[in-house]
Design a protein around this ligand. Structure first.
Ligand code: ADP
Length: 673
């Protein structure tokens, strides 16, 4: 029915030709676009059926068309895709029974555009509010009238303004404030915007009047804007140095409106800006330093600490012991308020924000150390440092150096700063070194045993020889017609005791040569010396070394590992023997002594070559040796054993010749003297 290339298709509006009963006869391209139906879909269909014109709108529309041949208005219809649209429709009837022509434009599109405009305006309004500049929209219509009058009467405006400050003041007073942004309320008001929407007068001190006059002259001269530095006053009389700008856009001027901007440039503002800059700098540092850092809010705990102190608590470690639940509370009362990027990496967090919250989580593996840190703060320390372990968010354990700062500058705000330096590599290296050292200790022990094999063999041979002799004697006694039972018993007793002695020696050697786990027990140092002497005596005899023991009676026990301490004496004694090979007089002296009941000491002295002065500082270093085929590990092992037992070891030369090695070990607390 429709004719191709219809002229109607050139129109932007939807045009529908329909019969009086509503059957669609023509449907242009714009209708297709508007309603989504093609000409073929539409032509021949009743229009309100196809477009689902809202029922209540059909009757008035059709009635109007019957009566007046014209109707115009909005109708709501449904597109082919189901979407509801509002269409502004104009209908005209051609003659009484002729077809009707309906044109339509979607109004919802128009509305959408308006909404978008509104939103944009709103956005700009927000920008206006958010800018750091105080903005004022002013109405100067009354001022315009005052000025016009002067111009009409031929006044020289600059001169008149200069000579009549009262007139300028009147102009200022007549200038109405229409709108201001939040910054203006902050800068010049006292919190209430409405009280400021009156006159410009309160903000304009007399000394700045000329600035107002000049801006009026600039506007009259057709300048687009005027700017200068001046002084303005807040509503309650505080004065500020400001940068003042007035804009005169022609379209605003035409409506008697004008926009001014005010920026506070007074000294305290400058100071604030400097502070902001330094704060920004600090934040940049904080965030990008390659050290994991978190900022802690300690205000709650600080208050609790203050209350505890007021209550007479002065020993926080003691308090922790009597109130075990207090630590959990304290650790979580401290909150992480900021964390840097490296901290997020160290804790395997997905980002910095995951670290924000109670600090207890960061310290889960190191309660004892954090208790120390808190105690340090409690007693006024400004800093605490310790190695500790952390657990990452994905459950891995990591060694860190923990440093807590309690900067005095932030005392009021109770802010703390905690740094975590990843030292897992270092700790791993140390653990490896310790393992290597243990390995060497073992090797050194075995090699020492190697050197002593001859003596050991001799030592074990003695009881074995005695057992043999006893056995043979026993057999002889048994072969007698009347065996002497008493003699046999005596021989058997000696045999058993000799066998015990042999077994004992073997056991000691085995314990020296195997790598058992160190066992900490209370033990007497004199007993350790006796063990070692038993083992060394044959070698001492072989080398013609005279041994002198000066063991203090009633020595308090130490707490430690027997085999390791034997090792110390054995190493020192073997070194002494080796130092005396060229000496004429060979004397090994071992002394033990008490030290104020808190420690016990031991000395191993010889009459050997002594130690060259330049070697004294490096004796205890691993691999330092002056001997051909020496390992240089013996003294390093002695030092690590003594230090692991909480003691100290040192060496010195003896005036009369020879060296003396001395070490001390703390007394086992529970035993005392
Ligand atoms: P090594 O015995 O394998 O050299 P040590 O660590 O036991 O390793 O000793 C390191 C060095 O200390 C020795 O090489 C020696 O120079 C010196 N030294 C140790 N003990 C004595 C001593 N009693 N008298 C003199 N020098 C000693």
């Amino acid at each position: 029915m429709g004719t191709a290339g219809d002229i109607l298709d050139l129109l932007q509006e939807s045009v529908v030709v329909r019969s009086p009963d509503g059957t669609i006869r023509k449907w242009n391209k714009a209708s297709e676009a508007l309603y989504g139906w093609t000409g073929a879909d539409a032509e021949g269909r009743p229009i309100h059926d196809l477009l689902k014109t809202r029922r209540e709108q059909i009757e008035p529309l059709e009635a109007a068309l019957r009566d007046s041949h014209r109707w115009e208005g909005d109708v709501v219809r449904r597109r082919a895709d189901g979407m509801l649209i509002t269409v502004h429709v104009r209908c005209t009837r051609r003659g009484d029974d002729g077809d009707l022509v309906e044109t339509g434009v979607e109004v919802s599109a128009q509305r959408r555009l308006e909404d978008a405009l509104n939103r944009a305006e709103h956005r700009y309004y927000n920008v206006f509010q958010a800018m750091a500049v105080s903005f004022w929209e002013l109405d100067f219509t009354p001022v315009g009238a005052m000025v016009q009058r002067l111009i009409r009467n031929g006044y020289d405006l600059p001169r008149h303004f200069a000579e009549n400050p009262a007139f300028v003041r009147d102009m200022i007073r007549a200038t109405r404030v229409i709108d201001i942004n939040d910054q203006s309320v902050q800068l010049l008001g006292r919190g209430d915007k409405r009280e400021m929407l009156t006159s410009l007068e309160p903000y304009w001190p007399a000394e700045s009047q000329h600035v107002y006059a000049e801006s009026v002259l600039a506007a009259i001269a057709g300048k687009p804007h005027y700017a200068t530095e001046t002084r303005l006053s807040s509503i309650d009389g505080r004065q500020f140095d400001v940068w003042f700008t007035a804009c005169f856009p022609p379209e605003m001027l035409a409506r008697g409106k004008l926009l001014i901007g005010i920026i506070n440039i007074s000294a305290d503002k400058k100071a604030k800006t400097a502070l902001e800059t330094s704060e920004r700098r600090y934040r940049r540092l904080f965030h990008f330093l390659p050290v994991a850092m978190v900022q802690l809010d300690r205000s709650e705990l600080a208050a609790v600490f203050a209350a505890m102190k007021a209550d007479g608590v002065d020993d926080l470690p003691g308090y922790f012991e009597t109130h075990p639940e207090f630590y959990d509370y304290a650790a979580n009362a401290i909150r992480v308020v900021e964390a840097n990027r490296r901290a997020a990496e160290l804790f395997h967090a997905k980002d910095e924000s995951q670290l924000i919250g109670p600090a207890g989580r960061l310290w889960s593996e190191s309660g004892a150390i954090i208790r120390q840190s808190m105690a340090a703060r409690f007693s006024g320390a400004a800093r605490f440092e310790s190695e500790m372990k952390i657990r990452t968010f994905d459950g891995q354990i990591c060694d860190v150096l923990y440093v807590a700062f309690f900067p005095e500058a932030f005392d009021d705000e109770a802010i703390g700063l905690s740094c975590f330096v990843d030292i897992s590599e270092r700790v791993k290296a140390q653990a490896m070194l310790a393992a290597v050292q243990a390995e060497f200790a073992h090797a050194a022990r075995v090699s020492m045993l190697g050197e002593l094999t001859a003596s050991i063999a001799h030592e074990v041979n003695q009881p074995l020889g005695a057992i043999l002799t006893n056995g043979e004697a026993a057999l002889r006694w048994l072969n007698r017609p009347e065996p002497d039972l008493a003699e046999l018993r005596a021989l058997s007793t000696r045999t058993v005791s000799d066998a015990h002695r042999a077994a004992d020696i073997i056991r000691r050697i085995r314990s020296m040569a195997t790598r058992g786990r160190p066992e900490q027990t209370p033990l007497g140092l004199n007993g350790v010396v006796e063990d070692v002497m038993l083992f060394l005596e044959p070698e001492l005899r072989r080398q013609n070394v005279e041994a002198a023991l000066h063991l203090a009676p009633d020595l308090p026990n130490v707490f430690g590992d027997r085999v390791q301490l034997q090792q110390v004496f054995a190493n020192l004694a073997v070194n002494a023997m080796q130092a005396m090979t060229q000496s004429e007089r060979r004397r090994l002296t071992i002394r033990t002594f008490g030290m104020d009941g808190r420690a016990v000491g031991a000395e191993v002295a010889d009459t050997g070559s002594g130690i060259a002065a330049e070697h004294l500082p490096c004796l205890f270093q691993s691999f330092f040796t002056t001997k051909d085929g020496g390992m240089g590990i013996g003294l390093a092992i002695c030092q690590s054993i003594v230090e692991a037992h909480g003691g100290r070891i040192e060496a010195e030369n003896i005036a009369a010749g020879g060296a003396c090695f001395r070490f001390s070990l703390p007394v086992h607390a529970e035993v005392g003297v």
